[in-house]
Design a protein around this ligand. Structure first.
Ligand code: ATP
Ligand code: MG
Length: 404
C-alpha cells in the first residue's frame, strides 16, 4: 500500500478561495516530507493522494501527518484498477491476516462516470471479502471499515482512517506574534492559533543575567517543538531585566507587574510590525493569576493598538494542561525556572489596576527609549523542520526577519 489518502474538511467550505487553500496544503505536505521518500502529492477530486516511495517509513509519515493542519483524517491506502475484480483482489491481498469480528465496505464514487453505483459496489466487494475470509458483514459500527474511493482512472482502498489535527493549513491566516513564556499556557495558545492557519513569530522576554538562562532554553525547546507544525519559525529573545530594574526605581511594588506587561506589549508590537504580524497572542486566562483579572488585562491591553488574541481565555487549567500534554510541551514547561515577572516584584501585586494611576507612574519612565534599547539588544534565532538549519543569532533587522 504505497499511498496515503487524506481528507480535508474546512477548506471544502471556502468557495472561491478553495484552490488557494488547497495549494497551500499541498505545498505544506511537500515541505514536511522534503527529506523522505515521497514521490508526489496531488489533489484528485476533493481528496489528497500522497504517493510513497519504497523507502518511506510509514511510522514517520504518519507522525508527520498528525501535525499537518488542515487534514481532517488520513489512511495508508492501496491503488487498484477501476474494476470490481481488481479492487476486491487488491483488498484481499492487503487485508491483515487477523480475523475481525465484523466488517463493512464503504464506497465513495466522486467520479460518476464509473457506471456502478456505490451500494452495488459495496455489496459486490463485500461478498468477495466475505467469501474469502468468512467474516460477517455488519453495517452499524463494525470494527473494520474497508473504504473504497472511485476516482478518474483508478480506485483507492484503505482500512479504517485516523483523525488528522484539523484546522486550517499553516500560512492561510496571516502572521501573529506570540508572547511565549516558559509556562504551560502560552505554547498551547500558540498551537491553537497555528491550528487556525496562522504562522507564529515567537517572542520571549528573559531576565538574564539577573536570572538564569533556563527560561531562554525552555523558550528554544518550545519554539523547536512548535516549529514541527509550521516548518519555519523565528524566536526573538528580548533582554528584559535591565528594563525591570529601571521600573523598580520609580514604580511602587504592587504596580510593577502591570507596568512590566505593558512594556512587553509595546516591545512585542514593534517586533510584530517588523515581522508583518497582524496581532499579538498571549496565554492569558481570566482569573488565573493576579495579573489576569479583567481590570488588569484591560489596563495592560491599553499599551498596544494591536489586536490581542487570547485563545485560552475561558479555559480551565486542567483543560490547558491536558492540551499541553497532548502537544508534548508540558514536560518542557514544568522545568523549574524563575519567571521574569517575579523579578523585583512583591508577593501581592495589584489586582485592580487603574489606568490613570499606571499612566502617572509610567510618566516618570523614558518608555520609548527603554523599548528601543530592548529591541536593539534582541537576538533572533531561526528554527526549521524537518531539515534542521543551524540557528543563527542576529539583530532583528527588517530584511532578516520578514522572510519566514
Ligand atoms: P504561561 O503559562 O503562558 O506563562 P501564566 O499562567 O504563567 O502563563 P502569566 O505569567 O501571567 O501567566 O503570563 C500571561 C501571558 O503573558 C503568558 O501566557 C504569555 O503569553 C505572556 N508572558 C508572560 N511572561 C512572558 C515572558 N517572559 N515572555 C513572553 N511572554 C510572556
Ligand atoms: Mg508565566
Amino acid at each position: 500500500m504505497q499511498s496515503v489518502i487524506a481528507h480535508y474538511q474546512e477548506i471544502a467550505l471556502k468557495g472561491k478561495n478553495r484552490p488557494w487553500f488547497l495549494r497551500r496544503l499541498i505545498h505544506n505536505l511537500e515541505a514536511v516530507f522534503e527529506d523522505l521518500d515521497v514521490r508526489k502529492v496531488r489533489a484528485p477530486m476533493g481528496r489528497i493522494e500522497i504517493e510513497l516511495g519504497a523507502e518511506a517509513s510509514w511510522a514517520e509519515i504518519r507522525a508527520r501527518l498528525q501535525r499537518v493542519f488542515g487534514l481532517a483524517n488520513f489512511a495508508r491506502a492501496g491503488r487498484a484498477d477501476l474494476d470490481v475484480e481488481a479492487i476486491a483482489a487488491a483488498i484481499l491481498r492487503d487485508l491483515p491476516d487477523e480475523p475481525v469480528e465484523a466488517f463493512r465496505i464503504m464506497v465513495r464514487r466522486p467520479d460518476k462516470r464509473f457506471p456502478i453505483p456505490s451500494p452495488v459496489l459495496e455489496r459486490e466487494i463485500g461478498a468477495r471479502v466475505q467469501a474469502a475470509r468468512g467474516w460477517p458483514v455488519r453495517l452499524k459500527h463494525p470494527p473494520l471499515v474497508i473504504w473504497v474511493e472511485i476516482l478518474p482512472g483508478e480506485a483507492f482502498y484503505y482500512f479504517g482512517k485516523e483523525p488528522g489535527p484539523g484546522g486550517m493549513p499553516s500560512g492561510t491566516s496571516g502572521r501573529v506574534a506570540v508572547l511565549l513564556s516558559g509556562g504551560i499556557d502560552s505554547p498551547v495558545a500558540a498551537w491553537r492559533m497555528m491550528r487556525r492557519g496562522c504562522k507564529a513569530v515567537f517572542i520571549h522576554f528573559h531576565s538574564y543575567p539577573f536570572l538564569s538562562v533556563t527560561s531562554q532554553d525552555k523558550a528554544r525547546e518550545l519554539a523547536r517543538l512548535l516549529t514541527r507544525y509550521q516548518l519555519r519559525s523565528q524566536l526573538h529573545l528580548v533582554p528584559f531585566g535591565e528594563l525591570q530594574r529601571r521600573v523598580t526605581l520609580s514604580v511602587p511594588g504592587p504596580m510593577r507587574v502591570v507596568v512590566y506587561r505593558r512594556l512587553m506589549l509595546r516591545i512585542a508590537e514593534a517586533i510584530a510590525h517588523r515581522t508583518r504580524a497582524h496581532a499579538l497572542v498571549t496565554g492569558e486566562v481570566v482569573g488565573q493569576v493576579a495579573s489576569q483579572t479583567l481590570e488588569n488585562m484591560t489596563v495592560i491591553a491599553q499599551a498596544t493598538s494591536l489586536e490581542i488574541l487570547r485563545p485560552l481565555v475561558g479555559m480551565d487549567k486542567e483543560e490547558i494542561t491536558d492540551a499541553a500534554q497532548r502537544l508534548g510541551s508540558y514536560p518542557i514547561s514544568i522545568v523549574p525556572d524563575e519567571d521574569c515577572c517575579t523579578l523585583f516584584t512583591p508577593r501581592h501585586p495589584l489586582t485592580r489596576a487603574r489606568l490613570d494611576e499606571v499612566l502617572a507612574a509610567e510618566a516618570a519612565l523614558p518608555i520609548e527609549e527603554m523599548v528601543r534599547e530592548a529591541l536593539d539588544r534582541t537576538a533572533v534565532e531561526r528554527f526549521a523542520y524537518p531539515v534542521v538549519e543551524s540557528t543563527v543569532a542576529s539583530p532583528p533587522d527588517v530584511e532578516a526577519v520578514t522572510g519566514i
